[in-house]
Design a protein around this ligand. Structure first.
Ligand code: G3H
Length: 256
């Protein structure tokens, strides 16, 4: 298949799997209105928008049901603060949100508080049902393959629907290496409905192609859909649209 066609296919998949994100401290209602307009592109809808809990009701009212509204909990610091996380979950659910992206207390995990983290996730999972739950493990801070794999296992054992790499607020966000470790845990879990979300620093279709290839390799090509794969990104949509409108530079290489 020609590389340009592969890149267009990647752009289409990335669009279908995109959690179009705005998580700036200074976000306003006008910013979120603009985000919701951007979510409905000439090439089709994104999977979801991802916002602060205080914007969930506005986003839900502005969007068709096919576009999910995700919001963040325990974000971005990932404190071991269950009451705050549960308050975020409650706010998201009450406002009509569809999906919760909760930050794992990753510093607590690094400090050896594994059972506390498991309990935290179990409580968040319980409180967030029936919403989709994504657990942000902050792989760039965990750093080692062992901790990244263990965090992914904890998320999956708690019943997370997705394991998500990053908040986008730390020095290192999604990396292909971290993605490989997380995808291996998802594949090894045997949970055929569990998915992967790459987030933070993904700006181009070429960036996204790397994760599409990894997901296809580890989970199978049938998993390249928004039920199993998401991209969390604030800046990727522009390049997706450029590729789909034919104005982007031709792809160099791609295969999956
Ligand atoms: O969850 C998604 C991230 O916060 C987005 O990060 P980004 O602004 O680097 O795309």
């Amino acid at each position: 298949m020609a590389s340009l066609e592969l890149k267009e296919n990647a752009a289409r998949l990335a669009l279908q799997c995109l959690d179009l994100t705005s998580l700036n401290d200074a976000d306003t209602a006008e910013d979120i209105a603009a985000l919701c307009r951007r979510a409905q592109t000439p090439y089709g809808p994104v999977a979801a928008v991802c916002v602060w809990p205080r914007f969930v009701a506005q986003a839900r009212a502005a969007l068709p049901a096919e576009i999910k509204v995700a919001a963040v909990a325990n974000f971005p610091d990932g404190a071991l603060d269950l009451s705050r996380a549960l308050a975020d979950v409650q706010a998201i659910a009450t406002a009509g949100g569809d999906e919760v992206d909760v930050v794992l207390p990753y510093r607590a995990l690094m400090a050896g508080q594994r059972s506390e983290c498991a309990e935290f996730l179990a409580e968040v999972r319980h409180a967030s049902r029936p919403l989709t739950l994504k657990v942000i493990i902050e792989s760039g801070e965990l750093k080692t393959p062992e901790l990244i794999a263990d965090a992914a296992r904890l998320a999956l054992m708690a019943g997370a629907d997705f394991v998500k790499t990053s908040t986008g607020k730390t020095a290192v966000s999604a990396t292909p290496l971290a993605a490989r470790h997380i995808l291996s845990e998802i594949a090894g879990s045997g949970l055929v409905s569990a998915g992967f979300k790459a987030s933070g620093g993904i700006r181009t279709v070429t960036d996204a192609q790397v994760y599409l290839e990894l997901a296809a390799d580890k989970l199978g090509a049938a998993a390249l859909n928004p039920r199993r794969l998401r991209f969390g990104a604030s800046g990727l949509l522009g390049d997706i649209e450029a590729v789909l409108s034919g104005t982007a530079a031709p792809a160099s290489t791609a295969s999956y």
